[in-house]
Design a protein around this ligand. Structure first.
Ligand code: GLY
Length: 383
């Protein structure tokens, strides 16, 4: 069986599952499932009242993203309707403004921008451009980076940039291409250059957080973030870097970004064990053996993109094979196609030191489905 045939077989099961899950969750913005396998609702104002949670939660574009992937495949109008309910709900986040930060890329690329790309809807285009302006407004010119989060209760984050932001750059690349204004592209390219220089270590692993002096732009230090320890390699961060640098290369043509993606990808291959199960951190101790299937999906997607652009044939084969083995392992052991749970991907962990491990996360489902479509040969590009 070819990789493509395998992916198409998995997608048959995905279509069946998403059909009933979408029906159950029409008016929600899901993030994770409870003990009964039922999705929560980030749009529930009563339960989610923190400024950085609720409708402002950074993963709130991924449910719409799943709906758009399924619409692009099946052309079933119900997925357009479901995606738009979520997209319209996210207007409340624009109104609140204070809870939004650099993750407007994650929020609005798979929702509003995907809608515009697939249907030409002009209200969605406006939402995408509005989000791109918010992201561009976070650029620190002295340091050449996009500020990550707003101030945290315990610290001043004006000089903080994080690796995850490599994915938010897609919003700027899209806006630059859409309105033919290179300012957005300049900011995205400058940020990616800064990250290549300030985050990527000699062995190809990447830091999660780097702090710059917000006045002078000087690099001060790195922080540990969601991984095991300071200096370790949080796997989801490696995924954001690998896939994010390929995206930056595809949008800008800058060879440095392709070389960086290859360096991060080769580092990941050197650390992925024979089981192809992805831990939360490549440097974590053997026990407890926390996994992050979400990182697995993102790394697999990054390798599939990288395989499409490298000229070295051996590397191409290696990247495709690694992506396949990661996805096949997930499909055999961590994907739930049953009716017991509304989510697909099991054993996700938001952070190594979190109280909760091996849970479900809607963006893992998104990246799993996206990777299957890539492997099956879909030419739709979300990022
Ligand atoms: N903030 C992105 C992540 O947790 O992966």
């Amino acid at each position: 069986m070819t990789y493509k045939e395998w992916a198409n077989d998995e997608l048959k099961k995905v279509r069946v599952k998403i059909e009933w899950v979408a029906e159950n969750n029409k008016y929600k913005i899901p993030y994770t499932t409870d003990e009964n396998g039922v999705y929560d609702n980030k749009a529930d104002k009563e339960k989610n009242f923190r400024i950085d949670d609720g409708v402002n939660w950074w993963t709130n574009g991924f449910w719409a993203g799943i709906m758009w992937l399924l619409y692009n495949d099946t052309k079933a109008k119900k997925y357009v309707n479901d995606a738009r309910i979520q997209e319209e709900t996210l207007d409340r986040a624009f109104d609140m403004f204070y809870g939004l930060h650099h993750d407007v890329g994650f929020m609005f690329v798979p929702s509003a921008v995907a809608d515009y790309r697939l249907t030409g809807d002009m209200t969605s285009r406006k939402r995408g451009l509005h989000a791109a302006n918010l992201l561009a407004g976070r650029f620190n010119e002295a340091g050449g980076f996009i500020r990550a989060w707003n101030d945290l209760e315990w610290c001043d984050t004006r000089g903080w940039a994080i690796i995850d932001c490599m994915f938010n750059l897609s919003l700027l690349f899209w806006a630059g291409e859409e309105i033919k204004d290179p300012r957005y592209t300049h900011i995205a390219v400058t940020h990616a250059n800064t990250v290549a220089d300030a985050f990527v270590r000699n062995d190809g692993s990447v830091c999660h957080i780097v702090e710059f002096d917000p006045e002078t732009g000087r690099r001060i230090k790195s922080h540990g973030g969601q991984g095991y320890a300071h200096g370790s390699a949080w796997t989801r961060g490696q995924g954001w870097a690998l896939y994010g640098f390929v995206n930056a290369y595809l949008h800008s043509g800058e060879k440095k970004f392709l070389d960086t993606a290859v360096k991060v990808g080769d580092y990941c291959i050197s650390k992925i064990g024979p089981s192809y199960v992805i831990p939360v951190d490549f440097d974590q101790p053997e026990e407890p053996d926390y996994e992050d299937s979400c990182a697995a999906c993102i790394i697999a997607g990054g390798f599939l993109e990288l395989a499409g652009v490298v000229s070295d044939h051996e590397k191409k084969i290696k990247y495709e094979e690694t992506a396949f083995k990661i996805l096949e392992t997930l499909a055999k052991t961590r994907i739930d196609y049953s009716k017991e749970c509304e989510a697909l991907v099991k054993n996700c962990s938001a952070a190594y030191h979190s109280d909760v491990h091996h849970t479900t996360m809607v963006y893992a489902d998104y990246f799993y489905i996206e990777a299957l479509y890539k492997m099956a040969g879909s030419d739709f590009r979300m990022w």
